[in-house]
Design a protein around this ligand. Sequence first.
Ligand code: SF4
Ligand code: SF4
Length: 426
Amino acid sequence: MMIEEKKLTKEERQEIRFIKKETMTCAKYLRRMEELDGMPGELQPFLDTLRTVYVDMKNPLEQYHQKTVGTYCVMAPQELVYAAGAIPVKLCSGNYTAFSIGDDLYPRDACPLVKAVAGFQKMGLMPVYRDCSLMAVPVTCDCKKKIVEMLEQTHSVVPLSVPAGREDEDIDRYVEELYRFIGTLEVVTGNHVTWDSLAVGMNIAGQAKYELSRFLKLKKSMPYLMWGTHILAVMNAAAYMRADAWSFHMNRLNSELAKRIEKGEKVTSRNRPRILLTGSPVIFPNMKIPLLIEEMGGILAADETCMGERGMSDPPVVVDDSFDGILRALANQVIRPCSCPTFVNNRERVYRIRQMIKDYQIQGVIYHVLRGCLVYDYEYQLLEEELGKMGIPVIRMESDYNEEDVEQLRIRTEAFIELIRLKQAA
Ligand code: SF4
Ligand code: SF4
């Protein structure tokens, strides 16, 4: 045994350490999610998908024998990937182990999301990343810009220039980008994207959006219907499931939740402060903040993040059903209502958060900033002012992908929840 160990190269030892640490951390977060009371039975397929990807380190999409296309932002329309006969997989990462590898490769102030992507790229051990035939990177911030060159070392990559504004001419420019994206998809998949195949893509994605809208309606009707951490797991699992499979399981989850409502069942009977989480994306396994909110006595009643509900926006509104008209509808859908701070004027986000506060009876807002994510950090002040006018407490929580700050985050979360309680009691 000792002789065999001596034969291992430095790289092989690093790989073994990576696999051990990566799988242990992800298994721990899945366990913590499974331990929350009142988990719906129909949640299991979503958690199993995350387990397949991160603990078993297998590709759950392999079974379909279709090419996969990695996307690094919600602004790459999944409809186009389905239209080309491939499956989209969202590759933004929240992985602590990959982050620690990427930390040595990228500048100190780069955000943890791209450091984790760099870590996976260097190790080349995750099938969902490795198996992609193409990677689509909407260039939304400097960090995204800089991952393009790195990804090109191993994969075909198509960067998409995202406009800074949302005027008609910006949409025109993005339609051009989508045509270019289609061209690359056709080369990589060998399939021609036609009006008919586009209609198929719209249907697959549309069904998932329909099931999400049913889910949100159920959730709005009962604030304590399900833990927000579980909801984020459902939305994160969508990254690695074909949309029809996700819709199938979502339909079953919706039926279970509808029955819960009929019976008046809730995950908690306590009057827990209802929190909205917004800011930088919360990506599995980086579930520190959602879990802390719910373990410290609050409930994550809604999230305004792009790996959560925002990641699957409403279906596109098609007013002209020509091929060009459908592309225009897709460009409109991913750009106009998007509340990502990459846009110059992002008042939309304030309006959306105000609306969510009413819809979900929110009592406090946690603003998540991934260290190095300047675009989100810039918008904190404006939101703080707006929420101040509404009398809604807000706290900025900066974090990255390691567990060293958990205790500090726990203390701050607990104090914030207590503050809301005192405010309620006054
Ligand atoms: S935060 Fe913005 S840039 Fe990043 S994935 Fe979400 S929508 Fe895209
Ligand atoms: S938007 Fe923020 S979290 Fe996303 S890649 Fe850019 S800096 Fe990182």
